[in-house]
Design a protein around this ligand. Structure first.
Ligand SMILES: *[C@@H]1O[C@H](CO)[C@@H](O)[C@H](O)[C@H]1NC(C)=O
Ligand SMILES: *[C@@H]1O[C@H](CO)[C@@H](O)[C@H](O)[C@H]1NC(C)=O
Ligand SMILES: *[C@@H]1O[C@H](CO)[C@@H](O)[C@H](O)[C@H]1NC(C)=O
Length: 298
């Protein structure tokens, strides 16, 4: 399994920020192909590995092991319109750093405070060749799944806040950290784009369906009815204002098309349909192929 296994582990951590150290140099060649313009194509040779035999895959994402009855969700390959994606063949060292919000959660007398202006975690992100960031998934959590009790912005404390607004403030803190701490002669910065969920089937024009439940084929067509994801709009706005060039792994739209890619009732917790994480093998493997192509294709 080698690198593929290591990379698949990273794939499951879609809600986390992570850092990557690569024993080699970034390919500086000009990319003349837009990897993100393409389509999901049924491919008999897929999946690329048997998830039932991969120890790295958490039960929650192992839809095959959890008896998902349909199989075609395993067989879609992302085919860019004007080139092919390379397969993996690289020896790299990965370091995973968990920080769901990029900014810090602090234990205080009041309780757990999500401080939108504090990014102490950054101390662990120095001296790597390539930094790959990601956040969003955890921003929408409420109730029992919510990891904080209050949000702090500046000197003000809030019980809650519009989550997109909080997300933008945190991203801005992150952007300032990158702009003042990353030496671009040594470190490349990649942001892995927003992973969309499929909890609301109105997003793809099927208001009477139960989110991703029973979806067994990708959305047909190039234009996803809901359009650009609101968090993607925020992310692009923040990236545009940065001094440091950050490569956006622009996986949101191609993932939006994969209404069939989630565990639904086959994530091990049968009572609740999971329409936000992804089955493995599946869509996150494609993100990793795109990452690989981005870093190493010259
Ligand atoms: C990968 O690189 C490490 C460190 O340079 C080395 O010890 C290991 O044998 C390499 N593995 C493969 C499969 O080439
Ligand atoms: C689902 O999406 C539709 C249109 O995009 C929206 O009007 C509706 O409020 C959403 N439903 C929920 C439960 O969020
Ligand atoms: C990312 O993809 C979306 C949808 O295809 C597109 O609108 C947007 O311009 C892309 N962003 C970048 C930075 O290339």
């Amino acid at each position: 399994m080698g690198v593929l296994g290591a990379v698949a582990i990273l794939a499951v951590c879609l809600s986390l920020s992570w850092a990557i150290q690569i024993n080699g140099k970034l390919a500086k060649g000009k990319r003349d192909c837009d990897f993100y313009h393409g389509e999901w194509r049924y491919d008999e040779s897929y999946p690329l590995y048997d998830s039932a035999k991969c120890n790295f895959i958490e039960n929650q994402f192992n839809c095959l092991k959890n008896d998902r009855p349909d199989r075609s969700y395993l067989k879609y390959m992302w085919q860019p319109s004007f080139c092919n994606l390379p397969r993996y063949s690289y020896n790299a060292t990965f370091m995973l750093y968990r920080s769901g919000f990029l900014v810090d959660i602090k234990d205080t007398k009041l309780g757990r405070v999500l401080d939108l202006g504090s990014i102490e975690g950054g101390k662990s992100w120095r001296n790597v060749d390539t930094l790959i960031f990601n956040t969003w998934h955890w921003w929408l959590h409420t109730g029992r799944k919510q990891r904080w009790d209050f949000i702090q912005h500046g000197s003000k404390m809030y019980k809650d806040m519009d989550r997109l607004v909080a997300f933008e403030k945190a991203l801005t803190t992150w952007a300032k950290w990158v702009d003042s701490n990353v030496d671009t002669t040594k470190t490349k910065v990649v942001f892995q784009g927003i992973s969309p969920d499929h909890s609301n089937a109105s997003d793809w024009g099927k208001p009477n369906e139960k989110g991703c439940v029973n979806q067994n084929q990708p959305f047909v067509g190039h234009d996803y009815p809901a359009g650009q994801h609101p968090a993607e709009v925020v992310l692009e706005r923040v990236l545009e204002q940065m001094k440091t060039p950050v490569y956006l792994l622009n996986v949101t739209r191609l993932s939006q098309l994969r209404i069939d890619g989630h565990p639904s009732y086959y994530g091990g917790y049968h009572r609740i349909a999971d329409c936000s994480h992804w089955c493995l093998a599946g869509v996150p493997d494609t993100w990793n192929q795109l990452l690989y192509a981005t870093l190493f294709q010259s």
